[in-house]
Design a protein around this ligand. Structure first.
Ligand code: ZN
Length: 246
């Protein structure tokens, strides 16, 4: 059980502002329609790269700073708690292990992305706002390594398989389940998760009209560098909307 016997020494307390930002990111992702009662976002611990922060098992739209737990790379709680974390916490632990560059991870079941995973299609950058998709999303097929399952990433084995499918990309589609997006900060990964959903909608619309002229890999890289350097502008707006609604 994850609520007892921590296996890795607990790190110092995470920066309070980071914890607050992670809680806000949960509510932004709900407000923007990326997550609903399910889905989650984590951030790597600011004082220990071998730990990360994730809410207790709670709907993202309700998460506050008090709900944030610290977990280690086994997906275990760093300190005993009366709360439990999400079943799919291994998505986060295994991606942080495999990708030292990743500082924040969003897992969602956002609806427009689902048709891509089940047809084996990649999300590809259709406009400048989704340059982070680069040469396209990765695809994870859970049946390959685990046969028939409930589709959830509920252990380290499946988390590792997902991280392998993600590879060096920023977004992996999970067939019949959802997607997972990575980034170098909370602000950027929230932006990417929102625009992965927007890109999926637009890609479906464009495909109905005819062959799509996607951004080249170089255009995608140039566009991503420009838009993601200004991501705080969008973050301030999304945060303001959440604050005004509460
Ligand atoms: Zn899920």
């Amino acid at each position: 059980m994850t609520s007892t016997s921590p296996k890795t020494p607990a790190p110092p307390k995470a920066d309070a502002a980071l914890v607050e930002k992670l809680a806000m990111a949960n509510r932004i992702l709900y407000n923007q329609g990326v997550v609903d009662g399910f889905g989650h976002i984590s951030v790597r611990h600011d004082k220990s790269p071998d730990h990360f922060l994730l809410s207790r098992n709670r709907a993202p739209g309700l998460v506050t700073a008090e709900d944030i737990l610290c977990l280690d790379m086994n997906g275990d709680l760093a300190e005993p708690s009366e709360h439990r974390s999400y079943l799919e916490r291994f998505i986060h632990s295994e991606i942080y292990k495999a990708r030292p560059d990743v500082m924040s991870v969003v897992h969602s079941h956002s609806q427009s992305v689902i048709p891509f995973g089940v047809t084996g299609q990649r999300l590809r950058p259709i406009f400048h706002m989704s340059g982070f998709l680069g040469s396209g999303s990765s695809l994870f097929e859970i049946r390959d390594g685990a046969g028939n399952t409930d589709m959830l990433i509920r252990d380290t084995y499946l988390g590792k398989a997902l991280a392998q499918s993600l590879g060096a990309s920023n977004c992996v589609l999970m067939r019949g389940h959802g997607s997972t997006t990575t980034g170098p900060s909370i602000e950027v990964v929230v932006y990417r998760a929102i625009y992965a959903e927007v890109n999926a909608k637009l890609q479906i619309q464009a495909a109905a009209l005819g062959p799509i002229n996607f951004l080249t890999e170089e255009e995608a890289a140039l566009a991503a560098a420009t838009t993601e350097a200004q991501v705080v502008r969008a973050w301030d707006l999304w945060r303001g909307i959440v604050q005004a609604a509460s």
